[in-house]
Design a protein around this ligand. Structure first.
Ligand code: SF4
Length: 75
């Protein structure tokens, strides 16, 4: 797959969703321990590095990132 530009914490959508590149760094009270992009149903990348998120079209999020829209993968 082509390399998509990475979402940064400064991205307007990222700010709106409280996205952080490192889930361990968030202070958002909605974050539950262990939740990150890699185990979110909106993420379609690999377990490490960066991959697509349905909420950030055309960009890639960090597998270890997180935002308030996190929803656990089914199964
Ligand atoms: Fe990460 Fe899921 Fe938020 Fe997308 S919706 S940024 S994959 S936690």
């Amino acid at each position: 797959a082509a390399d998509l530009p990475h979402v940064t914490d400064a991205d307007p959508t990222a700010k709106a969703l409280g996205y952080v590149e490192d889930a361990s760094k968030t202070t958002n009270p909605k974050h539950k321990a262990g939740d990150d992009c890699a185990n979110c149903q909106f993420y379609s990348g690999g377990p490490t590095g960066y991959g697509p998120c349905a909420l950030f079209p055309g960009k890639a999020v960090n597998a270890k990132g997180w935002c308030v829209s996190h929803s656990p993968k089914a199964g």
